[in-house]
Design a protein around this ligand. Structure first.
Ligand SMILES: CC(C)(COP(=O)(O)OP(=O)(O)OC[C@H]1O[C@@H](n2cnc3c(N)ncnc32)[C@H](O)[C@@H]1OP(=O)(O)O)[C@@H](O)C(=O)NCCC(=O)NCCS
Length: 212
């Protein structure tokens, strides 16, 4: 029987009740590289201004609409909006240090439980639902910085791993996670737990990295 660790008093339950998950980091969180001089703001979904929600949603759409349309699940605007406004959703939003309206990219995550190959064990995951940058801010290490922050958050709150879903067709992102950041196929990813002829039928993989 699965262990429901998000029951009252469990680790995940306690973490999800925390209003701010980045208090242990120096504030403000900054990132400088090449011509980027950025501040990274943290928001719980309940504090996220609607203009920022619209901006994050539109960035996902402009970056990945074609990929979603070509995927098995297709593009479902309502579903994506609901996912991005889930009660436990947290955001890291990168913006210019000098002009707060000049937004560069964001990472959306939730602390959730995910299955493992052991029916009796669930894993506590810092799950990256989105990492999306404006085109002009890519290839300057900002994606690595945001993923690094999520890793630090997962580690600080004693979660088991950072996890995410990626379309196989998103070859650049796949390389970014695996070659640059050291993510590997999670044990429950189709490519890891199914015979090749079945795994081929899935258009995504699940990647993870332990928070050690
Ligand atoms: C994927 C993404 C978040 C990476 O962030 P980034 O700041 O550009 O990445 P970094 O600068 O930290 O790292 C770049 C490295 O990752 C690889 N990489 C990242 N995105 C790539 C892409 N689209 N094509 C090819 N390589 C890519 C490069 O090989 C590069 O390696 P290098 O540093 O050795 O040259 C960013 O490119 C992006 O927002 N892409 C569009 C949205 C997207 O696909 N999001 C992922 C959804 S799962």
């Amino acid at each position: 029987m699965p262990i429901h660790e998000n029951e009252p008093g469990s680790l995940l339950d306690r973490v999800n009740k925390e209003p701010c998950l980045v208090n242990f980091l120096e504030s403000p969180i900054t990132y400088q590289c090449q011509n980027l001089d950025l501040v990274i703001d943290y928001y719980s979904v309940t504090d996220l201004p609607s203009r920022l929600h619209e901006w994050t949603f539109n960035l996902v759409k402009s970056n990945l609409l074609d990929m979603y349309k070509n995927s098995q699940g297709g593009w479902n605007e309502q579903e994506k909006r609901a996912e991005m406004l889930a009660p436990q959703a947290r955001y890291l939003i990168a913006r210019s240090a000098t002009d707060p309206t000049d937004l560069k990219g964001f990472l959306l995550f939730q602390m959730i439980q995910e299955e493992t190959m052991d029916d009796d064990i669930m894993a506590n995951c810092a799950y990256c639902y989105e990492v999306q940058l404006m085109e002009s801010a890519r290839n300057k290490g900002l994606g690595e910085c945001l993923m690094g922050l999520l890793y630090q958050i997962g580690k600080h709150w004693k979660l088991d791993k950072v996890m995410l879903t990626v379309f196989k067709a998103n070859e650049g992102a796949f390389r970014f996670y695996t070659k640059k950041l050291g993510f590997e196929l999670d044990e429950i990813s189709p490519g890891a737990c199914l015979p090749r002829y079945k795994a081929r039928l899935f258009d995504y993989e699940l990647l993870s990295k332990p928070c050690k």
